[in-house]
Design a protein around this ligand. Structure first.
Ligand code: NAD
Ligand code: MG
Length: 355
């Protein structure tokens, strides 16, 4: 039996994870948490909001699936890594904001990180059993979102409803907007840097509209390995929860004979500046990615409320990055302070742009 604690149980990932757990008698849901929705009865131990590490302490999990959205997932990520408990990680924001601390806790705790983000699950699988010295570079694919191919000028009047209509993935609202701005791929770039410990100049992002190839690894001998599959998050969730078994899922096998379109192109960083902002923040390191993430969370929430225009998102992020000095965070409290300051500044900038 594997004891599973599920954080973010009412979300898009959380609901699919519950489906996977129900299909496998060897997985036992011992604890479940949500941000505000009632989840009584979902698991023997449940919690709505509050300090999620208290729930984790009580539930003694073998694996924690962190499917909370946003910076709010960071304490649980750090707790799980410090305890050496396996972390099935969907909450990319915690690694973006707290990558250095998470890496230190991971080394110290000695547990595993099983990525749930589809691209990172793919890279994890492609790298298994390989010498790190044989790896040349990673390639993360991006669907390009609903506005792929549009110029910057054509993005001016995008409404939240248009941004929420993602062509290939059905996800929560925040990550769907992040996919439309390409910030999602920027966050994933930083996530990949920490998970696979590669410098940014060896992680490439390419646009691949059909989301069939999730990631590629180029090796030093000229060979590249790719991970293919239909875009369905139940695959990486199941892989992480049943690792190393690779249990069966209800997903159809890949049908090549009926035709697959595998096209790749460079992202348009002029129309979608969030990707370059994230790359620069990752390269700057220290608390810069934490500021990027906080500003993005504020800007996306304001866009979803119908206040901030779509192109205001990269503007708020860039101006917040310029306004907050980078420091080195030595613990969670330091990051909480930086996150709070960045949110204050991003909120003020957002108000300026709205009025
Ligand atoms: P969602 O908005 O559908 O769900 C978020 C969940 O987090 C909800 O259960 C909510 O109650 C919970 N939550 C929010 N704030 C909380 C708090 N303070 N304390 C406890 N719980 C809180 O989001 P989602 O699409 O399921 O995404 C979750 C995470 O997984 C995000 O980090 C996202 O980037 C990542 N992810 C999602 C997908 C996807 O297909 N949805 C794919 C890859 C990665
Ligand atoms: Mg992803």
């Amino acid at each position: 039996m594997k004891r599973v604690a599920l954080l973010g149980a009412t979300g898009s990932i959380g609901k699919q994870a519950r489906e996977i757990v129900e299909a496998h008698p060897e997985l036992e849901l011992v604890a479940a948490a949500s941000g505000s929705q009632d989840i009584e009865g979902v698991a023997p131990l449940t919690q709505v909001g509050g300090d999620l590490t208290e729930l984790l302490e009580k539930s003694k999990p073998d694996v924690v699936l962190n499917a909370v959205v946003g910076f709010a997932g960071l304490p649980a990520t750090l707790w799980t890594l410090e305890q050496g408990v396996d972390l099935a990680l969907a909450n990319k924001e915690s690694l973006v904001a707290g990558g250095d601390l998470a890496l230190a806790a991971w080394k110290e705790g000695g547990g595993r990180i099983l990525p749930v983000d589809s691209e990172h699950s793919a890279v994890f699988q492609l790298l298994e059993g390989k010498e790190s010295t044989s790896v040349d570079s990673l390639v993360l694919t991006a669907s390009g979102g609903p506005f792929r191919g549009r110029s910057r000028a054509e993005l001016n009047s995008i409404s939240p409803l248009e941004a929420l209509a993602h062509p290939t993935w059905n996800m929560g609202p925040k990550i769907t907007v992040d996919s439309a701005t390409l910030m999602n791929k920027g966050l994933e770039l930083i996530e990949a840097h920490f998970l696979f410990e590669l410098p940014y100049d060896r992680i490439e992002v390419v646009v691949h509209q059909t989301s069939i190839v999730h990631a590629l690894v180029r090796f030093r001998d000229g060979a590249s390995l790719a991970h293919l599959g239909y875009p369905d998050m139940r695959v990486p969730i199941s892989y992480a929860l049943t690792y190393p078994e690779r249990a069966a899922t209800p997903i159809a096998p890949l049908d090549l004979a009926s035709g697959l379109i595998l096209e790749f192109s460079a992202p348009d960083e002029d129309a979608f500046p969030c990707l370059a902002l994230a790359r620069a923040a990752g390269e700057a390191g220290r608390t810069v990615p934490c500021v990027l993430n906080a500003a993005n969370e504020i800007a996306v929430a304001s866009f979803l409320d119908g206040r901030l225009p779509f192109l205001g998102i990269p503007e708020v992020v860039e101006r917040t990055l310029n306004a907050v000095d980078a420091v080195t965070a030595s613990d969670l409290d330091d990051l909480l302070a930086v996150d709070a300051e960045a949110r204050r500044i991003a909120s003020a900038l957002t108000r300026e742009l709205v009025h």
